[in-house]
Design a binder for this molecule. Structure first.
Ligand code: PHE
Length: 335
């Protein structure tokens, strides 16, 4: 029986070495190592041997089985490698894959740029809630009960007394409530209005500014905003302060910049006027000081609200505001 086993091993090895493909390897396995294979049936026959021979033959059978199994695995590896051939060839000269790199959203980039400019002028940043009390959003800003901005058509109401803020101006009141002058803060954030078309989205962004101290004049307002806009758009950009009205500033002014897309000649973006409105501003109305315990005989100040999407559209030459919020990678990747 010992000779039989050794003979079997020899034969099996020879066969393994000459195998050329994986499918014939499987029939080899079944033939020699399988449950009904030669080796198994030989081990079964060991029962017929005289007991004193069994341990020795058993040991030999185990060794043959173990080593044939190992050779079988090796042959499998060899055949797979041969089959893989060219496809598993590693080309070290191929360029590496570039990992996808993220970056800041264009609106965030604008926020940072604007805040940086004002921070260099000494303004500090204060952020406020998006879900705001009617009191801060309207009442304390001298916006009367019958003002159209309070209409359900224009404002998202959370409840009778709570709204999604329609502008960042409530931060003026929140800041003045907490601190006596001098104050100089800017407040970037999201605002909400029930509006949606190519130039309006239900959520957009503003940066509010407020400066109150002794002896602040309209000249300070003009100087501050002029300096900001020149840093933002370049010193050559022409500006225009146009009289306007807001319930919480008096006098009020809207600021236009010369259309940077057509250079003031008139185009679609500026509706052929050559000018683009980009912020609202004014001297804080004494009525508002009444809500926050500031003495209007001693203090004066100015406030402004900048529309971020407007500025981003001009800076990047984009003509559809909706693009900012569609999360289309083809658009966002360009910044
Ligand atoms: N809150 C105003 C708006 O959203 C802008 C503004 C801010 C005007 C501050 C004057 C002073 O249109």
């Amino acid at each position: 029986m010992k000779e039989e086993l050794l003979e079997l091993e020899k034969k099996a090895r020879r066969e393994l070495d000459s195998l050329k493909d994986i499918s014939s390897l499987e029939s080899f396995r079944i033939h020699y190592l399988g449950k009904k294979g030669l080796l198994t049936s030989m081990v079964r026959k060991m029962g017929d041997l005289p007991p004193e021979l069994r341990p020795e033959v058993g040991k030999l059978a185990n060794r043959v089985k173990k080593e044939l199994s190992q050779s079988f695995e090796k042959t499998l590896e060899r055949l797979e490698h041969e089959k893989g051939g060219a496809t598993s060839f590693l080309d070290l000269t191929l360029p590496g894959r570039e990992p996808l790199r993220g970056h800041m959203h264009p609106i965030t980039q604008m926020f940072r740029e604007i805040c940086d400019i004002f921070m260099k002028m000494g303004f500090r940043v204060a952020e406020g809630p998006n879900v705001e009390l009617d009191y801060y959003n309207f009442e304390a800003l001298n916006i009367p009960k019958d003002h159209p901005a309070r209409d359900m058509q224009d404002t998202f109401y959370v409840s009778e007394k709570v709204v999604l803020r329609t502008h960042t101006s409530p931060m003026q009141v929140r800041v003045m409530e907490r601190k006596q002058p001098p104050v100089s803060v800017i407040s970037p954030g999201k605002v909400y209005r029930r509006d949606s078309d190519v130039s309006h989205t239900p959520m957009f962004h503003q940066v509010e500014g407020l400066l109150v101290d002794r002896g602040v004049t309209f000249g300070d307002l003009k100087g501050t905003l002029t300096s900001f806009l020149h840093q933002m758009f370049g010193k050559e950009t022409a500006l225009r302060f146009r009289p306007s009205f807001f319930p919480f500033t008096e006098p009020s002014a809207e600021v236009d910049i010369q259309c940077i897309l057509c250079g003031g000649k008139g185009c679609r973006t500026c509706s052929k006027t050559g000018w683009l409105e980009i912020l609202g501003s004014g001297m804080v109305d004494p009525e508002v000081y009444g809500f926050v315990d500031y003495d209007p005989e001693i203090y004066s100040g100015f406030a402004f609200g900048i529309g971020i999407e407007r500025i981003a559209m001009l800076k990047f030459g984009i003509d559809d505001i909706q693009l900012f919020f569609k999360n289309d990678m083809r658009f966002l990747k360009q910044f």
